[in-house]
Design a protein around this ligand. Structure first.
Ligand code: SIN
Length: 281
């Protein structure tokens, strides 16, 4: 396995590996590289829904995927698709987020495989939340350490969401009532590395526990901007056959909406995760 880092912050391209034929040794090496680089990019892969699901099973099995509709016969394989003739330029996942943090056990990893890509654009950006924590002042770290934040699907999948309007070729469900909120630690310890990270995101984190949205919003805004500053990020350009795997326990990501008039077709799975661990309080 050849591993080439993408930026000084996170992400690596992994060569000479066939994801459809992984050995136990490959899996061990992959896990090691994943914990080090947080986002792994594999080029020239040849995957279909069945082999993507096999890979997902090898990595721990699929997570729960509410609201998004999977492929017929493959409910855990979700097509993320934008056709060339859609009215809206907005693409799925185009705000910074970590996948499904409103769940009790949010997915550990996400796998996204490119079937068809625009001639340019449609890149995905990633941010390293370990760095976002490490570079905070000791005073702010100490203040955030005992806090939980409330996460909710409301902005994306609540009664007033209009995701479906922008994404004509995906089938997206939404709640009729306000979705429940879920408390998670603001500073999360990664279960494999034992390292703390700043685990909030502007899509699903609504407020700090015990505070109103208005009270929480100034500090959340500061932290959300802080967490995605350029020196904590990398950018992945796709081509057909690229698979990217990212760690939802220590990263955020954001799709770009800069390929209006072109097709982009991806297959996505998530790997089940566990209940986020708080730093020692
Ligand atoms: C996602 O947020 O799950 C999708 C990201 C992308 O399509 O680049």
């Amino acid at each position: 396995m050849n591993i080439t880092p993408i930026t000084g912050a996170l992400g690596a391209e992994v060569d000479t590996i066939d994801l459809a034929r992984l050995t136990e040794i490959d899996l061990t090496n992959l896990d090691k590289a994943f914990d080090e680089h947080l986002v792994l990019v594999f080029r020239d892969q040849s995957l279909d829904p069945a082999s993507l699901l096999t890979l997902t099973n090898q990595l721990g099995g699929p997570g729960q995927t509410p609201y998004l509709t999977g492929l017929p016969g493959y409910p855990d394989v979700v097509p993320i698709i934008k056709e060339a003739n859609e009215k809206s330029p907005k693409s799925f996942g185009s705000g910074w987020h970590t996948d499904f943090t409103f769940q009790a056990e949010p997915p550990s990893r996400t796998l996204l495989y490119a079937e068809d890509t625009p001639p340019q654009g449609g890149d995905t950006l990633f941010s390293n939340l370990y760095k976002a924590y490490d570079r905070l002042s000791n005073g702010l770290k100490a203040m955030l350490n005992p806090l939980n934040a409330m996460h909710s699907a409301t902005r994306s999948y609540g009664p007033n969401s209009n995701l479906q309007h922008d994404l004509e070729n995906m089938t997206i469900g939404k709640e009729t009532d306000e979705p429940e909120e879920r408390a998670h630690p603001v500073i999360r310890i990664h279960p494999n590395t034992g390292r703390p990270c700043l685990w909030i995101n502007p899509t699903y984190t609504i407020r700090f526990e015990g505070m109103t949205e208005a009270e929480s919003s100034p500090l959340l805004k500061y932290l959300n901007d802080w967490a995605v500053q350029p020196s904590f990020t990398c950018r992945v350009q796709w081509r057909p056959g690229t698979l990217v795997m990212w760690d939802n326990r220590c990263t955020q990501h954001c799709a770009t909406s800069d390929y209006h008039g072109h097709r982009r077709a991806m297959l996505r799975t998530t790997v089940k995760g566990d209940s986020p661990i708080a730093a020692i309080r």
